[in-house]
Design a protein around this ligand. Sequence first.
Ligand code: SF4
Length: 165
Amino acid sequence: MAKDGSTGYLTTRVDAVVNYFRKNSVWPLPFGTSCCGIEMMATLCSDYDMSRFGAEVVRFSPRQSDLLIVAGIVNSKMAPVMRNVYDQMADPKFVMSFGACASSGGIFNVYSVAQGIDTILPVDIYVPGCPPAPEGVINGLMRLQEMIQRGETQSQRRERGTITI
Ligand code: SF4
């Protein structure tokens, strides 16, 4: 019964509740390969308080993580390792491409560097910059949380069968 004496009830869907808790407990796995990795470490410092978003529990095991943050240059020898890490994560899992090099190869337009990690695995959110500022990373995380709540991440859509990658 409400304070004004009226009665009523609240309805929701199970997936909306699950997504609410899921978006507020994203556990990142940092895959830092170069200079962007340093900026990612700065983002995870207490100054930026990632615990506000429930994303401060950094794990270095793919079994315990659901957000792969790829920060830096991914060369062709590193690409299968990154894909292997991604494949070991349980669904639903999310991927953030951190910085210009991860998103497009950046200034390294050469055969030995992946020209975007989305040529190797599905990416949910791209954070621009060289390197991105911590505020940009937080903005990217908040956009990702919105996608998780709506059930629009790549792995959520794949689970529903609306995409097949
Ligand atoms: S985007 Fe810039 S800072 Fe990040 S890895 Fe590439 S060169 Fe380094």
